[in-house]
Design a protein around this ligand. Structure first.
Ligand code: UDP
Length: 313
């Protein structure tokens, strides 16, 4: 049975990955310091003999006993509100945390998969974003703490690959949604849904003409698994290319929730990317992967989860 470490395994994506790896016959060791992750996300796994949880901060030394075959490095604050509140921790986990996770991969001769992000493209001047685009990032802006940490993480991952022959994978994750998102994580979808379900005003930042492309979590996790078992060392975009403006997204959610809330405009955050859509040609060709769940079906499942979390019938 392969042994797989998931750092950030108690987070939104990490916990879905833990489920997916267990379902594919892996033993899973979830490492998380619960800074933005939650035990509630992995509670259902507590009786599974193939699952264990280690409360550790990966920015310090990571201690995992016994052999390890795969390390999926997902630990990091990931929503803009979180990394604006936790700038130093975000920089540390992307740099020191990635260094430690790579050190663990080297010591255990394990395969290493880095959770990178569409944020490496910054506010992109090329649209849609292809893996060979180097990006447009403001290193000293408020988002720089996340973007540059992840860019460093990609750089050190490739350096370990080239210097120490570690088998590495880099997934550039685009906006993803689904059950287990934190209702208060500050992202567009959790904010909009909480506001609609509580009949509060819906806060669209700027005019809402900026675009995003939202992928349902089950598709994302399936793509990551395909990348892990592929032999592609260089970055691969995983996301859903179905692009929508934030204003239209708010309207779509309002219709799906039958909400009476009013859309109001608030100031656009600094360096907010104006467009974002993955070019997934590489994932299609090299992994045979593409998303299957359309946004509306994914949103209906997510709305049920949010109603439950907020105790709304
Ligand atoms: N956004 C918004 N209202 C909110 C939260 C976010 O209009 O209450 C906008 C935000 O400015 C951005 C988009 O929605 O243009 C997506 O933001 P999110 O925080 O979900 O993640 P990002 O894609 O920027 O990392």
């Amino acid at each position: 049975m392969p042994r797989t470490v998931v750092t950030g395994g108690a987070g939104f994506l990490g916990s879905h990955l833990c489920d997916h790896m267990l379902a594919n016959g892996h033993e899973v060791i979830c490492v998380d310091n619960l800074l933005t992750g939650r035990l509630a996300n992995i509670e259902h796994l507590s009786d599974n003999p193939n699952f264990s949880f280690l409360k550790q901060n990966v920015s310090e030394y990571i201690l995992v006993k016994g052999p390890v075959d795969n390390i999926l490095h997902f630990a990091s604050p990931a929503s803009p509100i979180d990394y604006l509140k936790l700038p130093i921790q975000t920089l540390k986990v992307g740099s020191l945390g990635t260094h430690n996770a790579l050190g663990l991969a080297k010591a255990k001769k394990a395969k290493f998969l880095l959770a990178s992000t569409s944020e490496v493209y910054g506010d992109p001047a090329i649209h849609p974003q292809k893996e060979d685009y180097w990006g447009n990032v403001n290193p000293i802006g408020p988002r720089g703490v996340y973007d540059e940490a992840k860019r460093f993480a990609e750089a050190i991952t490739m350096a370990y690959h080239r210097t120490h022959n570690i088998e590495t994978r880099i997934v550039r994750i685009f906006n993803t949604f689904g059950p287990r998102m934190r209702v208060d994580d500050g992202r567009a979808l959790p904010n909009f849904l909480s506001q609609m379900l509580k009949e509060e005003d819906i806060t669209v930042f700027g005019k809402g003409s900026q675009t995003r492309s939202f992928c349902f979590v089950s598709d994302l996790v399936a793509g990551i698994y395909k990348l892990l078992i592929s032999d592609e060392d260089e970055p691969v975009n995983i996301g859903n290319p179905d692009e929508i403006s934030i204003l239209d997204f708010a309207k779509e959610l309002k219709a799906l929730t039958n909400s009476k809330s009013k859309i109001i405009n608030q100031e656009l955050p600094i360096d907010d990317p104006q467009v974002r859509r993955p070019d997934i040609t590489k994932a299609q060709q090299k992994l045979g992967w593409e998303p299957k769940v359309n946004r509306k079906d994914g949103l209906l499942k997510t709305i049920e989860y949010f109603k439950n979390e907020l105790n709304i019938q």
